[in-house]
Design a binder for this molecule. Structure first.
Ligand code: SF4
Ligand code: SF4
Length: 115
């Protein structure tokens, strides 16, 4: 194992978010999105979030979820970046803190990198 890589949590239970549920509850209709190619896994966003709703998780936490594409993507990654959208207040502190500009506000359903 590369000693320079950060330790990753592996003790969480994840569930899939229903987009309709999220659409109804989001306020405002934006959420925090990640451009993974810019992320250097520094974990500054996880550290600075005042609501403790950012998690870096071990990829092998995804097992037998029934979606092969998701499983393949997860297992080919070093870490999974997860934000608890129920707790996130869209304060933007993580966006300001990110040293590489990897975090940004996105509209619901928007998946592409910021332009
Ligand atoms: S926007 Fe604020 S509450 Fe939401 S993940 Fe970022 S720092 Fe945490
Ligand atoms: S602060 Fe930015 S670069 Fe660092 S882990 Fe978070 S998203 Fe990645």
């Amino acid at each position: 194992m590369n000693p320079n890589k950060p330790s990753i949590h592996d003790d969480y239970t994840l569930t899939t978010v229903d987009p309709n549920w999220l659409q109804d509850r989001i306020k405002p209709r934006r959420h925090i999105a990640l451009s993974p190619e810019l992320c250097i896994l520094c974990r500054a966003c996880e550290d600075v979030c005042p609501w403790d709703c950012i998690y870096m998780l071990a990829p092998d936490i995804v097992r037998d979820d029934g979606e092969q594409e998701v499983t393949t993507l997860a297992q080919s990654s070093h870490a999974l970046f997860v934000i608890d959208d129920n707790e996130c207040v869209r304060c933007g502190i993580c966006i300001d803190r990110c040293p590489t500009g990897a975090l940004w506000y996105a509209r619901v359903g928007e998946t592409g990198a910021k332009g």
